[in-house]
Design a protein around this ligand. Sequence first.
Ligand SMILES: [Ca+2]
Ligand SMILES: [Ca+2]
Length: 80
Amino acid sequence: MIYPGDGSNYCDMDGDHYADYIWVGPTGSIDIYINIKNAPHWSNHIGVANLNLPREGIRIADLDGDGKCDVSPCRHLVPK
Ligand SMILES: [Ca+2]
Ligand SMILES: [Ca+2]
């Protein structure tokens, strides 16, 4: 997966098959806006976590195959 430098990500977080919007801040804050199927509107902001990592070290993908995206810190990807 190629990680966009601006922190914008689209991935299905709740398993409804519609991509949700995930913002990863420069220091690893993660905010989710669920796709409410009423473009261009999104759900209210859901603050999830702050991983205290540069965003380059965070990947979002369905890692366990359950149909919902997962957030994975990858410290080895953080530039030194
Ligand atoms: Ca979704
Ligand atoms: Ca998953």
